[in-house]
Design a protein around this ligand. Structure first.
Ligand code: MRU
Length: 346
């Protein structure tokens, strides 16, 4: 990859600032867990797997900051660090998955010295990042088998290298198909209001030399109806046991349009995005973000000050609209309740 989304270096966390792309490629160093939490809230880093990695690294940084005489005090403060990380964003389950994994490692090392616990947490956070890269490559490998030669693929939001430790989930599938020489083209929805598609997906695709066409969100149906889209591939923030999938707002509309036009609609996500504790998507918490993301573009008002605004950041696509879910362990379709549990090894 020609950029790094996030890395642990010299006991600090370095992230590419996604709020400044595509204009500037700026890397910022974070030395304390509270600033990592703020970076997640402020979308410096975003995308489900990437915020899972950031949360884990935040916990590892927090463990280093704790001053404690006893294990009891250390674990109490670590719990507080985890709570602060968990309050950053509510929808992507990878964030909570990352934090839980860090808690389990701390617990498993309870009998060791505090420095040994801190070291184990640092290693686990780095491992989560490294594993994510391998997982995305495997998602790509499986997903590429679904992409026909010469396909035009529509994607929504950014499920690319920037949304993961690198390579991407939906863009991982696209990258793998491109690497396999399939002569593909991509249509990227701009993805209002935050413009992840225009600012991030288009940036990644252009950088990679994958033919990319940017469209505004309301154009997707037009191109599907004209037969210009072969299939859709999107990422996910949380997948319930029955396959209902929360992803960036607008994904549901794309899925409905795809069904209407007989176009396959694929979700690509790691198993860490599964939330098998939820039987369906109705209880997935949906983040509502600030009004100025809708009323302003780059600080310029595009709406009158008095208007009321709703800004849900995600929607839930019912499983019946999803042709298949591509995971690192294989492709699941049909009976998601059975298939997802099997993929998760349950
Ligand atoms: O609000 P964001 O930018 O964090 O939302 C990201 C998405 O919805 C992505 O499509 C999803 O996390 C999949 S990322 C591999």
């Amino acid at each position: 990859m020609s950029f790094r989304t996030i890395e642990w270096r010299d006991n600090a966390v370095i992230m590419i600032d996604q709020t400044r792309l595509p204009g500037e490629e700026v890397y910022t160093t974070y030395e304390d867990f509270k600033s990592v939490a703020e970076a997640i809230k402020g979308m410096i880093i975003r995308g489900a797997p990437a915020i899972g990695v950031a949360a884990a690294m935040g916990v590892a940084l927090g463990a280093r900051e704790i001053i404690a005489d006893t294990h009891e005090s250390f674990f109490r403060q670590l719990e507080n660090v985890c709570e602060i990380m968990a309050r950053t964003r509510p929808t992507a389950v990878n964030l909570f998955w990352g934090i839980e994994r860090m808690k389990r490692v701390a617990e498993a090392h309870r009998g060791k010295s505090l420095d040994q616990i801190r070291e184990a947490l640092k290693k686990e956070a780095i491992r989560i990042e490294e594993e994510d890269l391998t997982i995305c490559r495997n998602i790509g490998k499986w997903g590429a088998t679904l992409i026909p030669q010469g396909a035009t693929i529509l994607t929504h939001c950014n499920a690319g290298g920037l949304a993961t430790a690198g390579y991407g989930t939906a863009l991982g599938v696209i990258r793998a198909a491109h690497e396999a020489g399939k002569d593909i083209k991509v249509f990227a929805d701009e993805t209002r209001p935050w413009l992840q598609g225009a600012r991030l997906t288009a940036w990644e695709l252009v950088k990679e030399g994958i033919p990319a066409t940017l469209i505004s969100d309301n154009m997707a149906g037009f191109f599907m109806n004209r037969g210009e889209i072969t299939c859709c591939v999107v990422g996910a923030d949380r997948i319930a046991a029955n396959g209902d999938t929360a992803n960036k707002i607008g994904t549901y509309s794309v899925a409905v349009l795809a069904k209407e036009n007989n176009i396959p609609f694929y979700v690509a996500a790691p198993l860490s995005t599964l939330d098998l504790s939820l039987s369906d998507g109705s209880r997935i918490p949906i983040e509502e973000r600030p009004r100025d993301e809708v009323t302003h573009i780059k600080g310029i008002a595009i709406a009158p000050a008095g208007v009321s605004v709703r800004n849900p950041a995600f929607d839930v696509t019912p499983a019946r609209y999803i042709t298949a879910i591509i995971t690192e362990k294989g492709i699941v379709s049909g009976d998601y309740l059975f298939g997802l549990r099997k993929a998760a090894g349950i």
